[in-house]
Structure formats: C-alpha cells, structure tokens
Design a protein around this ligand. Structure first.
Ligand SMILES: Cc1ncc(COP(=O)(O)O)c(C=O)c1O
Length: 394
C-alpha cells in the first residue's frame, strides 16, 4: 500500500488569501455592502470598449501573442513611462495584472531561503507570493506610526546586519492597505540604501494616479530598481488582467530571465485585454484623474463613519483607495469584528491581520459610487457606535 500524495509544504504554509474569505462572507450575508475589495466602481472608458468590440473578430485575438506583450502596447507604455513617470532606462514586460508581474519578479530575483523586506502594514498578496515560492524569511519593517512612511533608518540597519543582505525590498506607493504614500526623498533614500547593500527595490505603483490633496506620485529608477504598474484600478480593468513590469534595460539578461517565467505561466497576457489597455492609454491620464477626483467625497464619508473610533484612530488615505483604522485595544481580534460587522450591520471590510497588523481594519473608498458609499458609511458608523457602547452584541 502506497502512502497518499502530499501537498507542497510551501503552499500549505502560505497564509490563506483574505479576499477569498471575504468573498465567502459576502456571499453568506444577504444584502451586505462591501467596503472590502480593492476595486473601483467605474468601468473602462466607453470609447475604448467600443473600439475593442470591433477587434474581437480579428484572428490575432485568438492566437498567442508575443510573450512580453504586443508591440504597440509596449511602445505606448515606454512613452508613458518617459512622459509621466520620468523612467528613461526601463524596458517593459506586460503581464496578466500586477500580481502576476510580482510573482514573475519573485521567481526571477529570489531563491528559496533568501530573505526579503516588506513594510507594515504590507500588501497581503505579495506576502503570499514570497511564502509560496519558498521565500519564508520575510523581514517586516516598521512605518512611521503617524504617516506610515517606511522607516529608512530601520532598512539601513537591517540591510547592514543581515548576511547575506535581503534579496528584495518591496514598497507599495501609495500603499495597500494603508493608503499612505511615500514622499520622493524617502523613496530615493530607500533606493540608495538598496543600491549600497546590493538589494533589489521593487516598487508597486498600482495606485499611481490615486493621489489626493495636491500630493504627487513619483518613481525612482536604477539598475537595482523594478517598477510595477497595473491597469486594473486606473481604468476599471480589474477583470481584464493587464499590468506591466518596468525593469532596468541596462541589466543584462533581466528580460531573458523574465521571459522564462512568463512563457511558463501565462505564455502571453490576454491579447484582447492588451488591445483594450492600448485604447485606454489613448484616453490619457486625464481620463483617470477625472474618475479619481471624486473619491475624496467617499473618503470624507468614511472618515466620518469611522469617527466613533476616536480622532487618532483613522490614518492613511492620502493616496490609493484605503483608510486604515485602529480598533480599541481590547479588540485585537479584527477577524471577529469584521464578521460581526458583516452579520449584524451588513457592511464588510478587511481585517488588518491579513497585512500583519492585528487590531486594525482596512476600509476601501473606491468600490462604490457616492450614494452607495453613504449607505455603507451609515451602517459602519452605527456598527462602530454599538461596538464601542455595548461590545459585540448578538
Ligand atoms: C498594491 C496592489 N498591487 C497589485 C494589485 C493587483 O493588481 P492587478 O489586478 O493588476 O493584478 C493590487 C490589487 O488590489 C494592489 O492593491
């Protein structure tokens, strides 16, 4: 008798995906409103969707395309990187979303057993990508308690003391789940530290256009820096699955190594989606900023809804689509609070423990138009008032 086959320890020891748990909760609770998933409420520009409709019947749509992405899109992205991000020495690989781009990078840059750095609160999918590829030495650095700026002094000390130095340092700017941004001088300092100690810096710019109150997003470039981007949120293209990696052109063989991974996982990103992305780019960044500008109204509604938690409890939200709220000290089990709020008050949010911070909550202000956000905000406020006055009453 043979023994039964086993599932990989790497995968068994990877934390479960919080959004799958949250989606299950949403299915269970009738009429629940979601402030949980990191999505936007708009769809891609109508002109772009109309154009792509005509393309569906083209034979090349149904074939495999170039692994690294269709030429026209890659050329358009290089122009966009020059013009908008001031990245002049980067090559582009299009991926089936930024998450897949990140997995490509982890597979290309890290060996099992390497150490890496993330900053708390971290983006849960990237944590999982490290774990499931055998990169289990994940050093989690602190952010400033008020601003969540990554602690550059801590990074310098850590890279100095860790032998060999961590392979990859990741930063999400602006951040998921905090909604905090990384000011340019700090980003440059993080980049300099990584360069000094021979670590890669991977910066996720998924929310590059989601900046408020006059703040500006910026990128850094260097032969040790890789930038990640996504069409998902900016152009409402979540389900079309398009993102891209901007990697240093001068690093010999980088593209060739990435191609090994790309050819093994998606082969190529979906061709129809790449055409839609190209048509979206033709609309220009103004189309995106026009959608994004009204999100401050949603943010204001939710800041007000979170006010029962106290003045200093709610942070972040300078960028991206998230607020980050601290629960009162007696409520460290944020999962319980999330389930209670969903079942009793029919509003769903994300527990902070998924990002390494028990006792916190992530609230998304991007997924619903203003009127629905107002309904969700009202439920959230009532729920928090009840929690603070009477606890988790059933
Ligand atoms: C910081 C960050 N990176 C990447 C992603 C995933 O983007 P994509 O849909 O392009 O895979 C998300 C989605 O929530 C995100 O918040």
């Amino acid at each position: 008798m043979g023994s039964s086959p086993k599932i990989a320890i790497r995968t068994l020891e990877t934390v479960p995906p919080v959004m799958v748990q949250i989606q299950k909760l949403l299915r269970e609770v009738k009429d629940a409103i979601s402030l949980a998933q990191g999505v936007v409420y708009w769809r891609p520009p109508k002109q772009a969707l109309d154009k792509v409709k005509a393309f569906v019947f083209e034979p090349q749509i149904s074939r495999y395309g170039a692994d690294e992405g269709i030429v026209d899109l890659r050329e358009a992205l290089i122009r966009k990187l020059h013009k908008e991000n001031k990245l002049y020495k980067s090559s582009v690989m299009v991926t089936a979303g930024a998450n897949q781009g990140f997995v490509n990078l982890v597979l290309a840059l890290c060996d099992a057993g390497d150490s890496v750095v993330m900053f708390a609160p971290y983006y849960f999918s990237f944590y999982m990508a490290f774990q499931m590829t055998g990169v289990t030495k994940i050093l989690v650095g602190p952010g400033d308690p008020m601003t969540f700026y990554p602690d550059a002094d801590w990074l310098e000390q850590t890279l100095k003391e860790t032998k060999p130095p961590p392979k990859v340092v990741t930063v999400v700017n602006p951040g998921n789940p905090s909604g905090a941004y990384v000011p340019e001088p700090i980003l440059k300092r993080l980049s300099d530290i990584c360069s000094d100690y021979g670590s890669w810096l991977v910066v996720d710019n998924t929310y590059e256009y989601f900046m408020y109150d006059g703040l500006k997003h910026s990128c850094v470039e260097g032969n040790h820096v890789v930038n990640l981007f996504s069409f998902s949120k900016a152009y409402g293209m979540m389900g079309w699955r398009v993102g891209y990696i901007a990697y240093p052109s001068e690093v010999e063989g980088f593209g060739a190594q990435l191609l090994k991974i790309q050819d093994t996982i998606p082969i190529c990103p979906p061709i129809i989606s790449q055409h839609l992305a190209l048509f979206c780019l033709e609309m220009g960044p103004e189309w995106v900023t026009d959608q994004v500008k009204d999100l401050v109204k949603n943010r204001a509604l939710l800041i007000e809804a979170l006010s029962p938690l106290g003045k200093d409890a709610v942070k972040g939200g300078q960028g991206a689509i998230y607020l980050w709220a601290k629960l009162p000290n007696q409520y460290q089990n944020d999962f319980d609070i999330v389930y209670w709020l969903a079942r009793r008050h029919k509003v769903v949010i994300v527990p902070g423990s998924a990002s390494g911070c028990p006792g916190y909550l992530r609230i998304s202000f991007g997924g619903l138009p203003k009127a629905e956000t107002a309904v969700a905000a009202e439920r959230l406020r009532k729920g928090l008032e009840e929690l603070l006055a009477e606890g988790m009453v059933q």
